[in-house]
Ligand binder design. Structure first.
Ligand SMILES: Nc1nc2c(ncn2[C@@H]2O[C@H](COP(=O)(O)OP(=O)(O)OP(=O)(O)O)[C@@H](O)[C@H]2O)c(=O)[nH]1
Ligand SMILES: [Mg+2]
Length: 354
């Protein structure tokens, strides 16, 4: 069990963001627009403090199991050991299908006497987990020939879309790119203010029309402005929406259609943000969003302090959509390019790493 950076889950146990009652967007909210809000009022975390920034220090253990203890209970290679591992995988939200496929492959190899001992079997498991992620660990390459390179973030409520945009703004700025943000979440005044606060913090212009504006019109305006200013990257925020809300889901397709009037290839990246603590519901979310607006990349957030990040394996197996980044905290620097080996090593007990 890791003791660092444990935080309460953002949802009550057993309740995914998509099920949370307060997660419902409020298209009819009447709160007046707040412009230039204080970053703290807009719910932003305190400025970055120096500290643990590596994967290993921030990610909760996937196999929330003491391996020494597991090996103590099952020192020999037998079905009990495989049962224990399978339970650990399912508990970590790897998913029943992915877990049993992994276990059955190991069982075959065990029966053909490929492993000298239980530790060798666990090392083989590590290699299998890495192999599942390697095909999806494809970083987002910003094509400099497409100006601006248009990224749109989508996902259900509260998964970390706006925060991820703030982190990306910081990253791309550090890489020397010029960028602009579009406040396409027009349901809540606070959402516009939140993005503006991130923009101010990173010295990045934010195009906004305020609350209740048409999201597609904001995106259109922003792309026009980004083109005329010759900006490298435009990132558009969108309101969180449940994958079951038909009308709201259609709006995403409209945003994409409108962008194509100015650039037939836009958006160049549809980045779907997934809360890493969501569990298997994430599979359904991706399926439904992908039907409305083809998802080209995933960001899995909130991997800090959760022992449930196994959904990454289920997503990789089910869709093969590239996982671009991992969110491992609330600070601007808490975003990592997704790396299969680093992820598996961070999530497995040290005794298995390498
Ligand atoms: N621990 C942790 N918290 C995160 C991470 N990413 C985002 N959050 C927090 O999750 C909460 C929701 O983040 P937002 O960025 O507002 O999420 P959103 O998807 O834009 O939400 P809506 O616009 O309401 O749909 C905030 O409290 C963030 O600080 C992460 O990687 N780790
Ligand atoms: Mg948001």
């Amino acid at each position: 069990m890791v003791s660092w950076f444990r935080r309460k889950p953002s949802n009550p146990p057993g309740q995914s963001p998509a099920q949370a009652p307060e997660a419902e967007p409020r298209p009819d909210a009447q709160t007046p627009a707040t412009v230039g809000a204080d970053p703290h009022e807009a719910g932003l975390p305190a400025p970055a403090a120096p500290g643990k920034t590596g994967w290993l220090q921030r990610i909760g253990k996937l196999l929330n199991t003491d391996v020494a203890e597991l090996l103590g209970r099952n020192p020999i290679l037998d079905d009990d050991l495989l049962d224990e591992i399978e339970t650990a995988l399912i508990t970590a939200d790897v998913g029943v299908t992915a877990s049993s496929e992994l276990i059955e492959a190991l069982r075959k190899r065990m029966k053909s006497r490929e492993f000298a001992d239980a530790r060798a079997l666990l090392k083989a498991l590590r290699a299998e987990l890495v192999a599942l992620l390697v095909p999806v660990a494809r970083p987002l390459a910003i094509d400099a020939g497409r100006k601006p390179f248009v990224i749109i973030t989508v996902g259900v409520n509260g998964v970390g879309k706006t925060t991820t945009i703030g982190k990306l703004a910081r990253r791309y700025k550090d890489e020397g790119r010029s960028l602009m943000l579009a406040a396409g979440d027009t349901f809540r005044a606070a959402a516009v203010a939140q993005l503006q606060a991130w923009g101010e913090r990173n010295g990045v212009a934010v195009v906004a029309q305020g609350q209740n504006a048409d999201a597609a019109s904001v995106a259109f305006d922003a792309l026009q402005a980004a083109k005329s200013r010759n900006v490298d990257v435009l990132i558009a925020d969108t309101a969180g929406r449940l994958h079951t809300q038909g009308g709201l889901m259609d709006e995403l397709a409209k945003v994409a259609r409108v962008l194509k009037k100015l650039d037939p290839d836009a958006p160049h990246e549809v980045l779907m943000v997934i809360d890493g603590t969501t569990g298997q519901n994430a599979i359904n979310q991706v399926r439904k969003f992908n039907e409305k607006i083809p998802v080209t990349g995933l960001v899995v957030t909130k991997l800090d302090g959760t022992a449930k990040g196994g959904v990454v394996f289920a997503l990789a197996r089910e869709f093969g959509i590239p996982i671009r980044y991992a969110g491992i905290g609330e600070r601007p620097e808490d975003l990592r390019v997704f790396d299969a080996e680093a992820f598996v090593d961070a999530m497995l007990p040290e005794t298995l790493g390498g």
